[in-house]
Design a protein around this ligand. Structure first.
Ligand code: G4P
Length: 300
């Protein structure tokens, strides 16, 4: 773990040195691209929106791609798409993992660049290359998206945050080139909930996280809108909480213990293994076994 990897129960932070390097590379390359395609996680569209990337890419046409739509609540995803479009940017939801799951992206890029393409046509440069910078946080599915979009294994994929290394240009056809960039976070999450959401979906290196605390936070987060899913999958009973945050946390830990009991997660001497239960819960959430869940809802 590097010095910049900090974790405690209240504030999650993970910003290893290679991410600073990537930010610098992006700052250098931004002038060479026509459009920015930022991949977000459809389950946490706001928390997966990197403010540093927003800063560097401001002024370029933007297309937001809400990936892993298959894992997100479809009604909420539709609201998020409307939210980003209302802000004047392009937005569409995709499931990169599925065959044909990224259809519509090429058209969406062209829509975002309509003015540029028009200007080029007037100058007789209609076939000139369109260069798109593809950016996103670690584990958002950027490599899977690029491979799906390019129709070949163009980008290196992996299940550990931070696997894509260095910038690379990928030529899709005569007129479209993608710049693949490594997944990055930002130095400080102002809102602790952002760090939690990023940890829930696996964008923070799991090795620096306390999985039991994380699982308890996930239980708290899911208890309202998606409480039934927890009850159904683990046979636990959630009681509505009216007594404030401290009680909330206590109840979440009790549910984690119930999950350990239901899943026979036991240590020697029949003590409950809540660490193992936490692992089950996080895996179930990340793989969609708890159903399609979105943890953030747009205000409009
Ligand atoms: P990255 O480059 O942004 O770091 O992400 P990458 O493409 O490596 O994808 C990270 C994980 O997310 C992979 O799972 C990948 O399969 C999964 N993924 C990508 N897009 C989607 C999607 O649209 N829906 C779903 N459900 N999953 C998606 P993994 O566990 O690392 O590998 P595996 O499951 O492919 O074996």
């Amino acid at each position: 773990m590097s010095q910049s990897d900090i974790i405690n129960s209240r504030q999650i932070q993970w910003f290893p040195g290679h991410m600073t390097k990537t930010l610098r590379l992006m700052e250098k390359e931004i002038r060479n691209v026509d459009c920015v395609l930022q991949i977000l996680d459809a389950r946490i569209p706001l928390s997966s929106l990197n403010p540093e990337i927003e800063r560097i890419t401001a002024g370029k046409p933007h297309l937001y791609v809400l990936n892993k739509a298959d894992l997100a609540d479809p009604d909420v995803t539709a609201r998020w798409v409307a939210y980003f479009r209302l802000g004047g940017d392009g937005c569409l939801a995709v499931t990169s993992k599925n065959r044909g799951g990224v259809q519509g992206v090429k058209n969406a890029i062209e829509t975002e660049l309509a003015k540029l393409l028009e200007r080029r046509a007037v100058k007789g440069m209609a076939g000139a290359k369109i260069r798109v910078m593809v950016v996103g946080i670690p584990n958002v599915g950027k490599s899977t998206f690029i491979n799906s979009f390019a129709g070949k294994a163009a980008a290196k994929t992996g299940n550990k945050p931070g696997v894509t290394k260095g910038n690379q240009w990928i030529r899709l056809n005569k007129t479209l080139e993608l710049l693949d960039t490594p997944g990055i976070l930002w130095p400080k999450f102002e809102d602790p909930n952002v760090g939690l959401c990023l940890a829930f979906i696996g964008s923070i290196n799991d090795e620096i996280l306390d999985k039991e605390e994380l699982a308890a936070e996930l239980i708290k987060n899911m208890s309202g809108r998606y409480g039934k899913r927890l009850e159904e999958r683990y046979g636990v009973t959630l009681v509505e909480n009216t007594a404030g945050d401290g009680e909330d946390t206590k109840k979440a830990w009790e549910i984690l213990r119930e999950i350990a009991r239901a899943r026979s997660c036991l240590l020697k001497g029949s003590e409950l293994d809540t660490k193992k239960a936490a692992g089950f819960l996080l895996d179930d959430f990340r793989s969609g076994k708890l159903g399609r869940v979105t943890l953030e809802v747009p205000e409009v």
